[in-house]
Design a protein around this ligand. Structure first.
Ligand SMILES: [Zn+2]
Length: 296
């Protein structure tokens, strides 16, 4: 066999191997798992990696660039709390009506959560509180009060670690299951999980499936940095809010007493402003048409 034949033979073998990989990725995987059960992230991955495998025969650098582009898409998608790239995410209602839901994250905290509930009572409004396991352990009496006043509770992880989504499957599982366990001991089974700082990653889907939970994010927020920037959150929300929005606010203690006064005044301005705009505040479960928790 001449040198030319040997080169041709190696090129042929490389093509055969690449075709084998392509078949594995693009045909066998969907048949095994059913295309409809795959997430957009998995489908995109199959397409990108299949193209990269084919391109590898002709241009290995271009193939690497295509694979790298897929990694970039995955990373960027993590930072969009309304993205369904990795799993079905509920970020707004589908009623088509002038209805919105209020949600408060990161608590419970004293006295903010109680003060906010007093305000909600004044306007006969029910909200959802996405609590952390640590804070629920610190203030079990507020958790009971949230339920007694007719509001609902969601799971916002145990420690509210902002980097939880960058860590292992086991760590993320412990964070969600740990908060579930704290609430379960108080007779509450939450069904909705909201990821800390709105970052979503591929590990979340199997964990929520295992715990029989679903992911709820939001569609309207004031970027208050967890009540570190409370000034004008009312006008920021009212400027952009529309029907079916899930509004994100926080009930953690602001940095100063003055900020606490501002926070309550801003929340009251939101309650009044929504009424003026003709937007009715309904419980989150009504807006999304799904039960959020079970209470024993
Ligand atoms: Zn949070």
């Amino acid at each position: 066999m001449g040198v030319l034949d040997s080169v041709k033979q190696r090129a042929y073998e490389k093509r055969c191997y690449t075709m084998h990989l392509t078949i594995q990725l693009s045909i066998r995987l969907p048949m095994k798992y059913k295309l409809s059960s795959l997430s957009p992230a998995q489908i995109t991955g199959i397409i990108f990696l299949s193209v990269a495998a084919i391109m590898f025969v002709y241009h290995s650098i271009l193939a690497a660039a295509i694979a790298f582009l897929y990694i970039i898409i995955c990373v960027v998608a993590s930072f969009f709390p309304r993205s369904n790239f990795y799993l079905p995410v509920i970020s707004r209602g589908k009623t088509g009506r002038s209805l919105v839901a209020l949600t408060f994250d990161d608590g419970p905290a004293l006295p903010t959560t109680t003060q906010i509930m007093d305000l909600l009572d004044k306007y006969s409004v029910k909200a959802t509180f996405f609590v952390s396991g640590v804070n629920a352990l610190s203030y079990p009496e507020i958790i009971r009060e949230i339920i007694a006043r007719g509001h609902t509770i969601g799971n916002h992880s145990f420690h509210h670690d902002p980097f939880v989504m960058l860590k292992s499957y086991h760590y993320l599982y412990q964070e969600i299951a740990g908060a579930q366990e704290v609430l379960r001991k108080m007779g509450i089974q939450t069904l909705a999980f909201r990821p800390p700082v709105g970052i979503i990653n591929p590990k979340l889907s199997p964990i929520l499936n295992k715990l029989e939970m679903f992911c709820v994010t939001f569609s309207c927020r004031a970027f208050d940095a967890g009540n570190r920037r409370v000034k004008n959150i009312g006008s920021k929300i009212l400027k952009k809010v529309k029907g079916d929005d899930i509004i994100l606010l926080h009930d953690v203690l602001p940095h100063s007493g003055e900020d606490s006064v501002i926070l309550l005044s801003e929340i009251e301005s939101i309650l009044q402003g929504l009424m003026i705009k003709g937007l009715k505040i309904v419980p989150l479960s009504d807006l999304i048409g799904r039960e959020l928790m079970k209470v024993e």
